[in-house]
Design a binder for this molecule. Sequence first.
Ligand SMILES: Nc1ncnc2c1ncn2[C@@H]1O[C@H](COP(=O)(O)OP(=O)(O)OP(=O)(O)O)[C@@H](O)[C@H]1O
Length: 265
Amino acid sequence: MIGVQHVWTGGPGNEVAALDVAGVSHSYGSKRALNNVSFSIAPATFTVLLGLNGAGKTTLFSLISHLYDTRHGSIRIFGHDIRRASGEALRCVGIVFQARTLDLDLSVYQNLSYHASLHGIGGREARQRIATLLETVDMRGREHDKARSLSGGQMRRIEIARALLHRPSLLLLDEATVGLDIQSRAGILATIRRLVDTEGIGVLWATHLIDEVEDGDHAVVLRQGNLVASGTVSDLIQASGTGSIRDAFSKLNRSGTAGIAEISP
Ligand SMILES: Nc1ncnc2c1ncn2[C@@H]1O[C@H](COP(=O)(O)OP(=O)(O)OP(=O)(O)O)[C@@H](O)[C@H]1O
């Protein structure tokens, strides 16, 4: 573990953490995917969850989103325990999964309004939210397009709009830019960073792409299921004795630069 352990203990008003992961472990049979992982993230911050393939990022997302039961350790979202108060916890969070999940035979609007109704949002309220969110993700005017006709980047944008429909305070994105071209990646990342600044939404952005990290970000670094660093990016760089987050990440993974991707395939 690098010498920066960022444990967020509350802001000026002593607000509760957006996400608090405490002593979480998870195994698939005899395969340990997460090993006693603990970190917290503050509201309205952009936190990068960095890890190479197999580090445990998707497993952690599956636990936070309650797809898997948290048997070892605890996860709290704005103070709500994901096991004991899953409804309250999940109401605070929006999730964009790595795998594409739009219904390709439905229009953009139908995909969004169906999801709105699952959250009990209907009628004019749903129409207004959908219109606003399509603006937010730069997809205004595309409501009647079939999901099937959209590019990969455009589908991602609709998934982001969908994840925001119920106005969550925390947004989780699992490798949201995988497979997209450089321009689409940059655009989506800029949209998400804007949400932090303008809407005060906390973001946990899982990636293995080191060029998506900025100096002002917070970072949580996983390696083979273990938390190896957590803190601000500048603190991690300093504590690693290197000059960049790329070198710090390489050092944390003890594998040179091999495996650290800069550009999507
Ligand atoms: N359903 C499963 N059954 C068995 N092992 C699994 C399963 N899902 C994940 N694993 C293993 O758990 C470990 C963590 O996998 P996980 O998918 O969480 O990592 P990741 O950081 O999201 O990787 P990637 O970037 O490749 O998606 C890996 O060793 C993986 O092989």
